[in-house]
Design a protein around this ligand. Structure first.
Ligand SMILES: [Zn+2]
Length: 204
């Protein structure tokens, strides 16, 4: 429906339903007819900070600046991964690079299975191994892993610092512990703390 001017609202632009034309209504008008993205929950329904959720949304849209994307835009001379000779796209960076195999193995996940996933989003279909985790807790943990792989990769690219997998995992533990304070559900909070403790102990 096209917006119309309503004299009752002193000329403010409104919809024919008398809903003010806010950012929310504009968004609803623009996107309400599009199908829901099945990856909405992993991105937004977790305990991570907003900046991390936006990072995952950007990754899901394949808009993070991997070397492949940077090279396509003339921002890098090569699409090569900073850790190996393969091209660095999203799937390579988070799933297939030998650099991340240890990280997935630490979570008791089959690194070969992880590496063979056709897309990054497939990781969220794998149930949590070992310790208990509600779906929301597991989504939080997976986002901590992705976030810290990305930060470790950027430290290598921009600061020439090599972060060993143990350091990446300790950073994951620190983030998971921090994010547990945002959790209102006591059971979920305890699960996050247990995972943080587990990652800290095995990487100390
Ligand atoms: Zn690599």
């Amino acid at each position: 429906m096209p917006p119309s001017l309503d004299p009752e609202t002193k000329g403010r632009c409104t919809l024919s339903t008398n809903r003010p034309l806010t950012a929310r209504t504009t968004y609803d008008l623009s996107f309400s007819r599009l199908p829901d993205d099945p990856f909405v929950k992993p991105i937004w329904d977790n305990q991570a900070q907003v900046k991390c959720k936006i990072f995952l949304w950007t990754t899901h849209k394949r808009r993070i600046f991997t070397n492949e994307r940077r090279a396509q835009r003339g921002l890098a001379a090569s699409a090569r991964c900073p850790f190996c000779s393969s091209d660095e796209d999203v799937e390579h960076l988070f799933l297939r690079c030998a650099e991340v195999a240890t990280i997935w193995h630490t979570f008791d996940l089959d690194e070969q299975q992880i590496a063979s996933l056709p897309q990054l989003e497939g990781v969220w279909d794998i149930p949590p191994p070992g310790q208990p985790a509600t779906p929301r807790v597991w989504r939080t943990i997976l986002l901590a892993v992705m976030w810290n792989i990305w930060k470790g990769r950027n430290n290598k690219v921009f600061n020439s610092v090599d972060e060993p997998a143990t350091l990446v995992l300790r950073c994951c533990a620190s983030d998971i512990d921090l994010w547990s304070h945002r959790c209102k559900n006591a059971e979920s909070k305890q699960q996050l703390r247990n995972w943080a403790s587990y990652l800290s102990v095995i990487n100390s």
